[in-house]
Write a protein that binds this ligand. Structure first.
Ligand code: 4AD
Length: 431
């Protein structure tokens, strides 16, 4: 008998004796037979304990097992089309590892606050495990795509002396005699790295002290940020749509059971094929006004606007060329219309909101310096960033894809809080 077998390997062991270790998810009894649903992290299998086939010790141990008890099971694998997963184990011996106390997350509905308070246990349920597996696949697929397309992963510092996006959303911390801020985005550092390596990306946590309590905001979230030298606006969008198509199709190919468990409509995801829909900011404002929305040129979109726009299309939707005054200081103005910038936000279909923000960056020294003056950004902090425009400056572009929002969309989640192991939100930092 092999040392240990996992549930995912049972197909290779039909008719053989195996040893599994895991946790009891659920138990049904009918007097002389116990049906134990055992999960081991790779899957769930029903283990059948028949009193007449096992020792008194094993039957008593099986009887005493409570929900989430840990155990070792020995028995033979039987193929059974009716069983969930297609296999069952006829148990010969059971060895409890630890008999669990009364488990707080019973197999019934619980309120969200209770579940979040028990997040350390909640992650054991099938739905949460499916989401975490899809998260792992999204991360793998992102990295595979970028690595196969000539990007070098470099990663950015978490402790920074200045802000990248918005100074009101910074987390401040002591740095010996100085003040440091938790990073909001690695972009500025990626711009430096792109001038060294051509195509680069960072992938890590970002922090925003946003007082937003919405379904799309986390205080700590993960972002992948590719940055490309010699790449302009149009090519930037093409990389984004190729990446997102690749990620979605990889999840369909490799996580079909998880998507099914989540009840996700896979046909909607199958339609996520490049090229994606596009609309200019101007057209989006017109489109919304025609449909009765109270919005004017120069206003930012709120979530109802984004939902209405995105619901028109099967693919994600790029909204391009926002007003310069709405966007960050580093964005390249459109040469034909300096009142708008060469940027785009990508909105996920079905109302899941913005998943990518990106732009072409200003590469002209004088223009960037004038932006620093307008935004009152101190040259002693940002001097190094200006230097990039002093030594072989080139047009360059990049973007940031929010991991949890992308996962929430792919999984069909109402809220991003389920897309990360331990969410940090406005009113929650524990467990
Ligand atoms: O549009 P944002 O703010 O862009 C940047 O930070 C750029 N510096 C990125 C770059 O060009 N390298 O954020 C990018 C994405 C958003 O589209 C969203 O998906 C995600 O990051 N995001 C959040 N996700 C969860 N909670 C929050 N509070 C988020 N803020 C942004």
């Amino acid at each position: 008998m092999a040392e240990w077998t996992t549930v995912s390997q049972l197909a290779d062991h039909v008719g053989q004796d195996v040893r599994l270790r895991g946790w009891l998810y659920n138990k049904r009894s009918s007097g002389k037979i116990h049906f134990l649903q055992v999960r081991d992290g790779t899957g769930l299998v029903q283990c059948v304990v028949v009193k007449s086939n096992v020792s008194d010790e094993t039957f008593a141990a099986s009887d005493a097992l409570t929900q989430e008890s840990s155990l070792v099971v020995e028995g033979s694998v039987r193929q059974d089309a009716r069983a969930p997963g297609g296999y069952e184990i006829d148990v010969r011996r059971i060895e409890p590892v630890h008999v669990a106390h009364e488990y707080p997350i019973a197999l019934k509905e619980h309120g969200i606050d209770f579940l979040l308070d028990h997040r350390h246990l909640w992650i054991r349920v099938p739905r949460q495990r499916a989401i975490l597996r899809i998260r792992a696949e999204v991360e793998r697929a992102i990295q595979a795509f970028l690595d196969d397309n000539g990007f070098t992963r470099v990663d950015a510092p978490i402790l920074t002396p200045a802000s990248c996006e918005d100074t009101t959303e910074l987390f401040e911390t002591r740095y010996f005699e100085d003040t440091a801020y938790l990073t909001q985005s690695g972009q500025l550092y990626m711009e430096a790295a792109a001038m060294a390596l051509g195509k680069v990306y960072c992938f890590g946590p970002c922090f925003r002290a946003e007082k937003s309590k919405t379904r799309r905001h986390l205080i700590e979230f993960w972002m992948v940020e590719p940055e490309m030298a010699f790449v302009e606006h149009e090519e930037n969008l093409r990389v984004q749509e190729a990446l997102v198509e690749h990620v979605v199709q990889s999840v369909i190919d490799r996580c079909a059971p998880e998507l099914e468990l989540l009840g996700r409509d896979i046909s909607r995801l199958e339609r996520v094929r490049a090229p994606f829909a596009r609309m200019s900011y101007d057209d989006a404002i017109r489109w919304l006004r025609d449909r009765g929305f109270d919005i004017a040129w120069g206003d930012d979109f709120g979530s109802p606007h984004e939902t209405a726009l995105a619901q028109e299309f099967d693919t994600p939707l790029f909204i391009e060329r926002y007003p310069t005054k709405l966007k960050a200081f580093y964005m390249q103005p459109d040469p034909n219309r300096p009142e708008v910038v060469l940027c785009a936000d990508m909105l996920a279909p079905e109302g899941y909101g913005e998943i990518i923000g990106g732009s072409q960056r200003i590469h002209d020294y004088e223009l960037l310096q004038s932006r620093f003056e307008e935004h009152r950004l101190p040259e002693e902090t940002y001097g190094w960033y200006l230097d990039l425009r002093r030594y072989g400056s080139v047009p360059h572009s990049g973007f940031g894809l929010g991991l949890e929002r992308t996962i929430a969309w792919i999984c069909g989640l109402d809220h991003v809080r389920e897309a990360i192991l331990f969410p940090r939100m406005l009113y929650r930092m524990a467990p």
